[in-house]
Design a protein around this ligand. Structure first.
Ligand SMILES: CC(C)=CCC/C(C)=C/CC/C(C)=C/CC/C(C)=C/COP(=O)(O)OP(=O)(O)O
Ligand SMILES: O=P(O)(O)OC[C@@H](O)CO
Ligand SMILES: [Mg+2]
Length: 260
């Protein structure tokens, strides 16, 4: 059974990491939508934009609309891959291109370390999704976020870069290939520069950073500290024009690296 599109999303992430070019993923949380065709009016322009990936997922999923939202996103995505960022084993859809197969290694809750993964694995195989083995680490400055509450785990402290580095290194030695540092959706303070830098020192793999990135200044700090791909959800929900703003900014940063 061949996975979808020759590992296209893994290639995109590894290309960012190798070239130093910066990537952006828009996170769509199906819980937040008025209806599942919402995008078809408001975000038709993205297929012609410099958006790199669309992530879809949420920590709760109160509504039974996950697959519908994925299908709706595929209609407007053009060539941009739609990647599942699952809050649970219930968040799967064969229409997606890939799945961040995350294990919450900052926490000590077995359900989020391996439980959801065991339940999802046979379905993921059947769906032929591209699988991205991802070390998922919550890093947080104090306030309780949805992921923290739902997973009942303690995040890594933003003030202890060495703990984040040790956790990432453990993920690397377990064979994980992508590293996601997340302050949690809507976090007041994003993952700090020192934590990103410290993980980057030991991890020569793509680093994804998200949570609370609601200004160009915060985006700049995260990219400059070594993030290869940033994930933004809440700030775009509040103001859809922020997506275009960050895309322009990312292209400016990438300008000197556009060799082809
Ligand atoms: C591999 C599979 C199938 C499942 C893994 C399940 C795990 C380990 C989940 C990690 C913990 C978790 C609940 C992650 C959710 C991440 C996510 C998509 C967050 C999006 O934001 P919300 O947390 O919904 O934010 P709001 O509070 O803004 O709604
Ligand atoms: O919604 P925001 O705060 O952008 O966070 C995105 C994502 O990293 C949360 O898991
Ligand atoms: Mg949510």
């Amino acid at each position: 059974m061949t996975p979808k599109s020759n590992k296209r999303v893994g290639k995109i992430l590894n290309d960012f990491h190798r070239s130093g070019r910066k990537g952006l993923a828009w996170l769509v949380d199906p819980d937040k939508l008025k209806n599942s065709v919402f995008f078809e009016d408001e975000f038709t322009w993205i297929k012609d934009s410099q958006l790199d990936l669309i992530f879809v997922g949420g920590s709760q999923l109160n509504r039974d609309n996950f697959r519908e939202v994925v299908i709706s996103l595929k209609k407007i995505a053009g060539e941009i891959p739609v990647v599942i960022f699952p809050g649970s084993q219930m968040q799967l859809a064969e229409e997606a291109d890939a799945i961040l197969f995350i294990s919450l290694i900052s926490g000590r809750n077995p359900e989020y370390l391996i439980g959801h993964q065991v339940l999802a694995a046979p379905i993921v195989k059947k769906m032929k999704l591209e699988v991205l083995p991802t070390a998922y680490m919550l890093v947080n400055g104090g306030e309780i976020t949805s992921v923290q509450y739902i997973s009942q785990t303690t995040p890594l402290p933003n003030s202890k870069p060495n703990l984040a580095k040790a956790t990432a290194l453990a993920g690397l030695y377990l064979g994980m290939k992508y590293f996601f540092l997340d302050a949690g959706s809507g976090a007041k303070s994003p993952v700090c520069a020192e934590v990103i830098r410290s993980v980057k020192e030991d991890i020569n793999n793509p680093i994804i950073v998200g949570g609370g990135l609601d200004s160009l200044e915060k985006v700049k700090i995260a990219f400059e500290s070594g993030a290869d791909l940033l994930v933004i959800g809440n700030a775009i929900e509040k103001d859809p024009s922020f997506l275009a703003e960050v895309l322009n900014f990312k292209e400016l940063l990438n300008l000197p690296l556009n060799v082809n």
